[in-house]
Write a protein that binds this ligand. Structure first.
Ligand code: AMP
Length: 215
């Protein structure tokens, strides 16, 4: 398999070539066509499997033509500031030949400065659930969101973000794509997946000690 065969466009191909990615990983091979086709996904994938590019590349590809006057089009939720920064840096390096604007919203940074930057136009937001809630409560609209990503969903739930995610979900437009990534398949994750996913495709790339029940 190759990234070309998966349908990845040239500006992204040349960026990942510069990073030394030659062959797509399992989760990338399975997820990329599904994300491009706008399907919902439930993926059990741990850090190290290449999951960031599995959702990042096809979502960037879908945003390749900026639409004038649109608000935030992709929201990526992650449990921690550190993981958010990691995702941001990866996406910035994939998008280096594109014009997509990406912003990170985590605590500990000036809320007013973040608000100002959002007003100037941002297509992808990477956030921890608490900080995203602060922004939506003070006026950030999620009405143009086309794709919603929950990265390390199990960790987010274990860290107590269930309430925030349940509050954020109704702010998204009725029709949107949701991609849920989790290292494990716990009862809490299963419950959340019932709430946020519509007819998802299941992708399993977990290690031996985790199980997936797709019934
Ligand atoms: P992740 O699971 O997204 O945290 O990715 C783990 C590491 O693998 C990161 O350092 C990525 O830059 C790298 N990586 C992701 N996809 C590929 C690929 N197809 N080939 C080589 N390295 C990759």
């Amino acid at each position: 398999m190759s990234f070309e065969k998966l349908g990845i466009i040239k500006p992204l191909l040349s960026a990942i070539r510069d990073l030394g990615y030659e062959t797509p990983t399992t989760v990338q091979t399975r997820a990329i066509p599904l994300v491009l086709a706008k399907s919902d996904i439930f993926a059990t994938a741990q850090t190290g499997t290449g999951k960031t590019a599995a959702f990042g590349l096809p979502l960037l590809q879908r945003l390749r033509n900026p639409i004038e006057g649109k608000g935030v089009r992709v929201v990526i939720l992650s449990p921690t500031r550190e993981l958010s920064i990691q995702i941001y840096e990866d996406l910035e390096s994939y998008a280096k030949n594109m014009k997509v604007k990406i912003m990170i919203l985590v605590g500990g940074k000036d809320l007013e400065k973040q608000k100002q930057k959002l007003k100037e136009g941002v297509e992808i937001v990477i956030a921890t659930p608490g900080r995203l809630m602060e922004h939506t409560e003070s006026g950030l609209s999620l009405k143009d969101v086309e794709a919603f990503v929950l990265d390390e969903a199990d960790r987010m739930l274990d860290m107590g973000f269930t309430k925030d995610i349940r509050k954020i979900h109704p702010l998204l437009p009725k029709r949107h794509q949701t991609l849920l990534f989790s290292a494990t398949y716990s009862e809490k994750v299963r419950k959340l997946s019932k709430l946020v996913l519509t007819k998802p495709a299941f992708i399993e790339t977990a290690k031996k000690n985790t199980t997936v029940d797709t019934n």
